[in-house]
Design a protein around this ligand. Structure first.
Ligand code: UDP
Ligand code: MG
Length: 308
């Protein structure tokens, strides 16, 4: 019998975790073709999440957990969960039931057919989300697909089932800056996409502020595209051309009109503009350098405090 591992990253989810377990447990008869394994990852929660997980482990020996020494982020949680999983198939799920467990049997049937290595899901709408956030998200996916070689699907969730082959490919990407959406797109493999409508979380609250999402988007771009660096060079070339034309104009004008020195305001504007662009490009460069710096340190992606 094949085994299906369910990887669930949790951060301050003491209310949601038991509901999640009960819900999946309640539909096990529909997943009878596989043996189940639960891998909960406690991402340094400050509430009683770890106690809840200990309780679930005591009740059901198929429940395992990894508890981090501090909050390392969902990406690290997914990595740890995949590392600990032993199943032939693995599915990644949010604990807040925003990834409908009702889709599991369908996903499993696609994987079991052997035709697909990965069954991924995407949300077709963003109901219950602030409109401004949806707008930024859509723009982000558009931009990302233009400038990156990784295929990043709009509304793609981390909710996906995959075979061991894909899990191994993802684990082989040991980079420190983990942008999952990019990583899954980058490894490729034959994927089936399923769609579902947005579901509101069952308990607790979202861990993502607008600002956190914005930083996440920047991280994603830096991790999966070097287009901003090219843009910086293009900026430089354009500025040089403009300067060259200016020089010619000024020489000609001086020769013809004998123009005395003037133009203090325009000079200030030019200096401000050019130094602004320089700082911007340095900032872009700095982003890449910072990521390279962190990457070269080869720090572990997460640290475990307790596991079972
Ligand atoms: N999560 C995590 N570490 C974090 C933030 C979130 O493991 O630092 C988990 C969280 O417990 C949940 C999932 O990632 O299972 C998705 O988080 P959330 O529901 O807050 O995000 P949203 O659905 O609002 O995008
Ligand atoms: Mg959620």
């Amino acid at each position: 019998m094949k085994k299906l591992s369910i990887v669930v990253p949790c951060y301050n989810e003491q209310e949601a975790a038991p509901i999640f377990y009960d819900t999946v447990h309640g539909m096990e008869d529909k997943l009878s073709s596989v043996e189940l394994e639960f891998i909960f990852v406690d991402d340094g929660s400050k509430d009683g999440t770890l106690d809840v997980l200990r309780g679930l482990h005591a009740k059901d020996e198929r429940v395992h957990y990894v508890s981090f020494s501090r909050n390392f982020g969902k990406e690290a949680g997914i990595y740890a969960g995949l590392e600990k999983s032993t199943g032939d198939y693995v599915v990644i799920m949010d604990v807040d039931l925003q990834d409908p467990p009702a889709m599991l049997p369908e996903m499993l049937s696609y994987i079991e057919s052997g035709e697909y290595e990965r069954v991924a899901t995407r949300r077709v709408d963003r109901k219950g989300e602030p409109p401004i956030r949806s707008w930024f998200a859509r723009k982000f996916y558009k931009l990302m697909n233009k400038i990156s070689s990784a295929d990043i699907v709009d509304g793609a969730r981390d909710y996906q089932m995959m075979t061991r082959k894909v899990v191994d490919a993802i684990l082989a990407m040991g980079e420190y800056n983990r942008f999952s959406k990019g990583i899954f797109g980058w490894v490729g493999f034959k994927s089936k996409w399923l769609e579902f409508e947005n579901v509101e979380r069952v308990a607790g609250e979202t861990k993502w502020s607008f600002w956190k999402l914005f930083i996440y988007a920047i991280d994603g771009i830096v991790a999966f595209s070097t287009a901003p660096l090219i843009m910086a060079s293009v900026f430089g070339v354009i500025m040089c051309l403009v300067a060259f034309i200016f020089i010619l104009v000024i020489i000609v004008k001086t020769l013809i009109l004998g123009d005395p020195t003037s133009g203090w305001p325009s000079m200030v504007c030019i200096i401000l503009l050019v130094s602004g662009i320089q700082l911007l490009c340095m900032g872009v460069l700095g982003q890449y350098m910072a990521k390279t710096y962190l990457e070269t340190k080869k720090r572990p992606i997460y640290l475990v405090q307790e596991e079972e």
